[in-house]
Structures are given as structure tokens and as C-alpha cells.
Design a protein around this ligand. Structure first.
Ligand code: VAH
Length: 314
């Protein structure tokens, strides 16, 4: 019985529906700090929950008889850099409550980490699974602390904690909320609706990315993996592709020839992106639990344009 926090967010809104299909609608409790009339709220159990309220968090998990906690509620990198104290309170306070709840209910546990854990001291190309984690953003500090806290709960209390260092995630179901990689989603909306996009990152800014269907499958594969295969209890590097705004724009042009892009750099998000790797090494995930991907830049772009065109210009 799975409890998901942040179920209305970019990952949560699709993971909730995916898990309900796999495991049964009544076996997946969605929770978020707000409510809307989306499929997530309509298709199965839903609870309003502020993850910084430990009592409510623990009550909701116990009442639902959760045996798996998927903790997604957090502030992403750009928003966190603008509100660092709020980010610490929500990202770390929420995570501690999630881990405590998992410990109390002997639940299996997942929370996403991010390539945001890497800072300028980590190798930019083929960034290894084990390397220097010295991020220069509050979000990165939260993710490194979160990885260490998850590993602590595994070693100290035997909580079955699992995690993935996600790259930028691209999806058509919900708009992302306040990440540095949001350009890779916004660009598709503007390409279809306006034929033009102004990128807040410089054209040669390389960042690892992944299409949401591959991210969802990676979570399921990791959570269903035999625990004896998991050498890393903090979080595994995973990625599908690495591209720049310029490369993404030329791939979009193959489908929308009139599409144009220009660049107006946002120093905060450019600074965050520049501190991250260009492309990370996901071989540990491939070797330990069989991580694989279906979508590369070409396949992702084709699918995003098809799905969004149907949604935006029916
Ligand atoms: C962000 N989408 O931009 C998230 C993610 C690697 C990027 O952590 O903050």
C-alpha cells in the first residue's frame, strides 16, 4: 500500500496514475498540500497533507496502512535558490518526517535526488556514481543532506531507503514547477503556440535530461529490485541524454520548421546550470539493477510535439 507525497507535482502527477494502474487504484494514496480536480484526485484515495506536519504525516500513513512511502514533495532548484530558508525548512523538514514515518511504519522508502548534488568540484563529463558532492546551491545542499539522511536511516534503523539522482525531467502532462531545467518543457509549449522561444540558458549549456516515461519506469524498476543488488542506498545516477538549448531547438525545427529561438540569460538559473555536470555516468544503475531507457532526444521530441499538439491545438 503506497503513499505518495507531492502527488500533484511534475513527477507525482504521472507516477500516481502509473502506480495505480500497476498496483490497483485503492492501493495508492496520493497527497499534496493543495487539491485540484485532476485524475490524481479523482482516480483514487487523496489526502491534503503539509509534509512539514509530522503528526499529520504519520497519521495519514498509519490510517492508510502504508507499507511504501514515495516522498516527492519539495522545492526545486530555482525556487529554492530564491527562497533558501524556506527550501531548507520544506525540503529537509519534509524529508525527515517522511523518513521518520517510514521508520515507524516499517515502510519501503523512495525519494528523488538530483544531478543537483554535484558541484564545480565534480568531473563535468561522465560524472561518476561516487565522487565529490560539493554543490553551490541550497537545492544541492538539500539533496546531498537528503542522500546522507536516507543512508543513515538504512544503516541505523534498517529502513529500506532507495533513491535516484534524476536529471532534468521532460513531460507533457504537467508543467514543471521552478526547476532550472524547466526550459526543456516550456520550449515545446512556445514552439507549438508561438513558433518562438526565448531561452533563459545560454545556447551551449549542456544538462542531462530524461523523458518522464523512462523516469517512471526507473522508479518502479528500482523499487522492485532485489535489495541485495543495491550497492548504493543514497541515490543512483540515472540519465538518458544530454543536450543544449541549441541542440533541442534544432531537433524541434525538424517538426516545426518555422520555429526560432533566441537567448536572454537568467543569471540565477545559468549559475545553477553551470555548476552541474554536462553528462553523468549511469553505469552503476545499469549494472546493479538493470536501468535502461527507451527515449533519446529524437524519440522524446517527436512524442512531446505529438502529445502537446493534440493537447494545445485540438
Ligand atoms: C530542477 N528539474 O531543475 C529539477 C532537477 C536536475 C534538475 O533537479 O531543479
Amino acid at each position: 500500500r503506497i503513499m505518495i507525497t507531492g502527488a500533484l507535482g511534475q513527477i507525482g502527477s504521472e507516477l500516481t496514475l502509473f502506480m495505480r494502474k500497476l498496483y490497483g487504484e485503492d492501493h495508492v494514496l496520493a497527497s499534496d498540500i493543495r487539491k485540484n480536480d485532476s485524475d490524481v484526485v479523482r482516480s483514487g484515495p487523496f489526502e491534503l497533507l503539509d509534509v512539514t506536519d509530522r503528526k499529520r504525516f504519520s497519521e495519514a500513513a498509519r490510517t492508510f496502512q502504508a507499507d511504501t512511502i514515495i516522498h516527492l514533495a519539495a522545492l526545486l532548484s530555482a525556487v529554492a535558490e530564491r527562497n533558501p530558508l524556506l527550501a531548507w525548512h520544506l525540503n529537509m523538514g519534509g524529508l525527515l518526517n517522511a523518513l521518520e514515518t517510514a521508520r515507524e511504519t516499517q515502510s519501503k522508502f523512495f525519494t528523488p535526488s538530483s544531478i543537483g548534488v554535484f558541484g564545480p568540484s565534480a568531473p563535468k563529463i561522465m560524472t561518476p556514481q561516487v565522487t565529490s558532492l560539493r554543490p553551490v546551491t541550497m537545492y544541492g545542499v538539500n539533496k546531498v543532506a537528503g542522500e546522507l539522511l536516507s543512508e543513515y536511516y538504512f544503516h541505523k534503523y534498517g529502513v529500506d531507503t532507495r533513491g535516484l539522482r534524476f536529471p532534468g525531467l521532460i513531460s507533457h502532462a504537467t508543467l514543471p514547477g521552478g526547476g532550472t531545467t524547466d526550459y526543456a518543457v516550456e520550449i515545446f509549449y512556445d514552439a507549438i503556440l508561438k513558433g518562438h522561444y526565448t531561452s533563459y540558458l545560454r545556447k551551449e549549456t549542456y544538462i542531462d535530461m530524461m523523458y518522464m516515461p523512462d523516469a517512471l519506469q526507473a522508479i518502479i524498476d528500482l523499487m522492485e529490485a532485489d535489495p541485495s543488488t543495491l550497492k548504493h542506498r543514497n541515490a543512483y545516477n540515472v540519465t538518458s541524454m544530454s543536450f543544449s538549448p541549441e541542440e533541442l531547438a534544432s531537433e524541434i525545427k525538424k517538426h516545426i520548421p518555422i520555429f526560432t529561438i533566441d537567448y536572454k540569460m537568467d543569471p540565477i538559473r545559468q549559475g545553477i546550470a553551470d555548476s552541474w555536470p554536462d553528462c553523468i555516468d549511469a553505469s552503476a544503475a545499469m549494472n546493479d539493477w538493470g536501468f535502461t531507457v527507451q527515449y533519446d532526444l529524437t524519440k522524446m521530441t517527436k512524442d512531446m510535439i505529438e502529445k502537446l499538439s493534440n493537447k494545445l491545438t485540438p
